[in-house]
Design a protein around this ligand. Structure first.
Ligand code: PEP
Ligand code: MG
Length: 893
């Protein structure tokens, strides 16, 4: 297999489908070149295979020769040579992984310049200043990225040059001084590395390619991948492409364009550009940009061509695309495209809009500029629309906004990423992280952000920048994460650890609020209201419901009436887990449980159980009412008893100081008696039922009383009684007998039969392995993947995540936190085995999942493949689970 492919290589399948091998950028460059015939500067892609080979065994054999051959071919295509002293070819070397990682990895521009070719560039362009400016940029970029020289080493000579020449801006430094600066930069390189700056273009190229490979494993990139759940093993491709210069003159420029508005989804082009600038200037948000509409006045023919290209891209990708383009001396070049990132609001709007016919025609009297037939009308199906939106998009629509118009408005700037946030301001990423670790809500305030700030952005609730546009780093990254951000707030003047707006000063630690949907920034805390899901959001969810109907249901985990009602409003089709122990954590109920634990005689225990029954019945009525005619799975008590007892340490302290009363004395005794080293593996679940006979019967009596009350009120209660933490058939059979006995005695003589089934959680490895036997005495299974994960890994669910998960993910020992996304090869295998065994005993046995994984889209896809009938998750997660379940059904065919 070759390691290198030219952009115009005729692949056997569409290159845009080859992101695994060519990376996203390379795949789309090849698509634009070889399929769409768009104006793309020639170049080639070094594959991700080569990067993986490099990571495991160093520079791959044969790669040098392949790169050389492609360079020769590129030189021939361009009619220029790298390093040539009369008319040199210059190339860019850019990373491009399968998934876009904005700003995370390295890029080297202007490669091929050396002491001889800089003169050629000056001659060709008749512009010494341009040539030496390009050379000094190249030396410093190469020095920083390839040779690991700290960027500051190049700052001083640059500032000196500005001072000596007495100019205010970079653009004013005269050519001669830039040439001197190049000499100084070369000295910096020689001092730092002990070697002269490499003059040979093939050495420069190999150095740059290696640097891009290496940057895949840089700290920034690794942190980003953990956050975005991208596999460390994928590797990056490297794209080597002939340079075009947006900074050649005032007839040049560079920009970023979207085929629709990525923030709102509105139809029509969107983006910005800069005259006489290089691409990085737009993305970095260093200069304030012009909107794309201004392109129409400034470069009308480029605007026309770009609009045609946008229409072709949308029709071809059948989706919104974002692009980077450069105008070199009046000529348009496309440097990149991809299906564009978008906000949640935009994602749902575009998905729904695109189910209607999309038909582009050139404006009257305008000829096509690309030598290909005009794009055909197109539209997507509702199923495609469902697949176009992600859980993150839905999450964004479920984000809060300002509830009131803020009275202390500081400024209104660009609304870069929706959602509102309140927090204390911090001005550096490190301080933001430190404050977040202290438990503070943080707003990170920066003039602009760069990849160095990413950890601070992750830690912050919201981001505010004083410079940059809607496609600046801060905006793109925040939008991708659904993190509220307001950018380009020019009235915000940052000085050290405070900022001012007019005569108001906001110091580090002061509270501000921002709304990334409206662009408003206010002093102090503004009340937030929950988000309003849009009409399009509701449409897509409705479509999703019809796709998954009868195939995968979504229930909620809820333990009281109001939560159950809310879950039903959010689309839950029943309760998959009612944790009855949660009914006892309230202040007024805790003493009753304690009385039960402390009971010394059967009479005392019965009395306590009777009180519990009364309390539980009320809750059961409320839940059954909220979920009338929908299944409600009530899990019998599964508490580690210590959760209901006071802390031993506190009681002992009190004993030693003010002394304990009689009740407290007893509690201390009980707390000591029931203390367990890892209580999550102790006296819980059905085990508790075994040593406290009567407990489960009491709960079932309460439940049946509630159900009868609902029946009498004309309701249709559907009850599923669930036994937790089962390990053997015999244990479940015993528990089942208590439950069945209580059901029997409570419902005897009823005219209308109550709909009651009895099942179990599968949450221990043994239960999974012996699921065939357990199914003999179960009407249903519900996988408790929280405990199943804990017990399969031997990871204490209470301790491991805080202490070691970050280190495990960082070191690549785990690809995902298994408590968040199901570990398919391990825990998932147990689920698969249990499904097969259970259904071997009882074909079609009803099965669901109620661990936290029930709300995780990737896990939901797995549960669908495993054949589960439903997932159950927290009420607020229900809309996302509905969407994910439909996507899983679609993916599964
Ligand atoms: C589980 O273990 O997955 C479960 C749902 O039960 P709990 O989290 O209450 O132990
Ligand atoms: Mg459990």
């Amino acid at each position: 297999m070759p390691n290198v492919y030219a952009f115009d290589h005729k692949h056997r399948k569409a290159p845009m489908e080859m992101k695994d091998l060519l990376g996203g950028k390379g795949a789309n460059l090849a698509e634009m070149t070889s399929v769409l015939g768009l104006p793309v500067p020639a170049g080639f892609t070094i594959t991700t295979d080569a990067c993986r080979a490099y990571m495991h065994g160093g520079w791959p054999e044969g790669l040098t020769g392949e790169v050389e051959r492609h360079v020769r071919r590129l030189e021939k295509a361009m009619g220029k040579k790298l390093g040539d002293s009369s008319d040199p070819l210059l190339v860019s070397v850019r990373s491009g992984a399968k998934f876009s990682m904005p700003g995370m990895m390295d890029t080297v521009l202007n490669l091929g310049l050396n002491d001889a070719s800089v003169k050629g560039l000056a001659d060709q362009t008749s512009d010494d200043r341009f040539a030496y400016d390009s050379y000094r940029r190249f030396i410093s970029m190469y020095g920083r990225i390839v040779l690991d020289i700290p960027g500051e080493e190049f700052d001083q000579p640059f500032e000196d040059a500005k001072r000596v020449t007495g100019v205010a801006t970079d653009a004013e430094i005269p050519a001669g001084d830039l040439a001197d600066l190049c000499e100084k930069y070369k000295e910096v390189v020689e001092r730092a590395t002990g070697q002269p700056f490499p003059q040979e273009p093939s050495d420069q190229l190999q150095g740059a390619i290696e640097a891009v490979f290496r940057s895949w494993n840089g700290a920034r990139a690794r942190a980003y991948r953990i956050r975005e759940k991208i596999d460390h093993e994928l590797g990056t491709a490297v794209n080597v492409q002939a340079m075009v210069f947006g900074n050649r003159n005032d007839n040049s420029g560079t920009g970023v364009g979207f085929t629709r508005d990525p923030a709102t989804g509105a139809q029509g082009e969107y983006g910005d550009f800069l005259v006489n600038a290089q691409g990085e200037d737009v993305v970095a948000g260093i200069r304030n940009t012009l909107p794309l509409s201004a392109l129409q006045e400034r470069f009308p023919h480029v605007h026309t061509e770009l609009m045609e290209i946008f229409a072709r891209l949308e029709a071809h990708y059948r989706d919104m695309c974002d692009t980077e383009f450069t105008i070199e001396d009046g000529r348009l070049w496309m440097l990149q495209t991809r299906v564009g990132k978008r906000t949640g609001k935009a994602a749902f709007k575009m998905a729904v809009d695109m189910t209607k016919r999309q038909d582009w025609k050139p404006p009257r009297g305008v000829k096509l500029t690309i030598d290909k037939p005009a794009p055909k009308p197109w539209q997507i199906s509702k199923e495609e629309a469902i697949s176009r939106v992600s859980a993150d998009h839905a999450d964004q629509l479920l984000h809060p906004q300002f509830a009131v118009r803020p009275s202390n408005l500081l400024t209104k700037a660009l609304a870069a990423s929706p959602g509102a946030a309140v927090g204390k301001v911090y001005f550096t990423a490190d301080e933001a992280v430190a404050a977040a670790e202290r438990g503070e809500a943080v707003i990170l305030v920066r003039s602009e952000t760069s990849p160095e700030d990413v950890h601070g952005m992750i830690a912050a609730q919201g981001i505010l920048t004083s410079r940059g546009g809607l496609v600046s780093h801060a905006a793109v990254v925040a939008r991708g994460w659904g993190k509220p951000a307001v950018v380009g707030a020019e009235k915000v003047r940052i000085t050290g650890r405070s900022f001012s707006v007019g005569d108001i000063t906001v110091a580090e630690g002061d509270v501000i609020s921002l709304d990334g949907g409206s662009g408003e920034v206010a002093l102090g805390e503004v009340a937030l209201s929950p988000a309003e899901p849009t009409e399009e959001f509701q449409s897509v969810l409705k479509w999703a419901d019809s796709v998954r109907k009868g195939k995968m249901a979504v229930r909620a985990n809820a333990d009281n009436g109001p939560d159950a009602a809310n879950a039903r409003r959010l689309g839950a089709e029943g309760i998959g887990l009612c944790r009855t122990e949660h009914m006892f954590l309230a202040d007024d109920r805790l003493p009753i449980v304690r009385r039960m634990i402390l009971a010394e005689t059967p009479e005392e225990e019965d009395a306590a159980l009777e009180e519990l029954r009364e309390a539980q019945k009320l809750d059961f009525v409320a839940i059954l009412e909220a979920m009338d005619n929908l299944p409600v799975t009530v899990r019998l008590l599964d508490p580690p008893l210590h959760e209901f007892l006071p802390s031993i340490e506190e009681l002992e302290l009190k004993a030693a100081t003010s002394g304990l009363d009689a009740e407290e004395q007893k509690l201390l005794g009980a707390a000591k008696e029931w203390r367990e080293v890892n209580p999550m593996l102790g006296t819980r679940g059905v085990r508790l039922g075994v040593i406290k006979p009567g407990l489960y019967a009491m709960q079932v009596r309460a439940l049946m009383e509630a159900a009868k009350e609902r029946l009498a009120a004309g309701g249709k209660p559907r009850v599923e009684v669930m036994i937790p933490l089962t390990v053997t058939r015999e244990e479940l059979a015993l528990a089942r007998s208590w439950v069945a006995g209580a059901v029997e005695s409570e419902t005897a003589g009823l005219r209308r039969k109550l709909d009651v089934t009895i099942g179990t959680m599968i949450e221990t490895p043994r239960a999974a392995v012996r699921a065939d036997e357990i199914a003999e005495v179960a009407d249903f299974f519900s996988f408790g993947t929280n405990d199943l994960t804990q017990m399969t890994f031997g990871f204490s669910r209470d301790d491991v995540e805080g202490r070691m998960m970050a280190a495990y993910l960082e070191a690549g020992l785990l690809k995902r936190n298994p408590f968040e996304t199901i570990d398919q090869p391990g825990v998932g295998q147990l689920v698969l085995d249990a499904v097969a065994r259970g259904r071997a005993t009882v074909p079609g046995l009803k099965m669901g999942v109620c661990g936290e994984h029930g709300g995780d889209p990737e896990s939901i896809a797995f549960f669908r493949r495993a054949g589960l009938d439903y997932v159950s998750c927290s009420p607020f997660r229900v809309p996302i689970a509905r969407l994910a379940a439909a996507q899983a059904v679609l993916a599964d065919g």
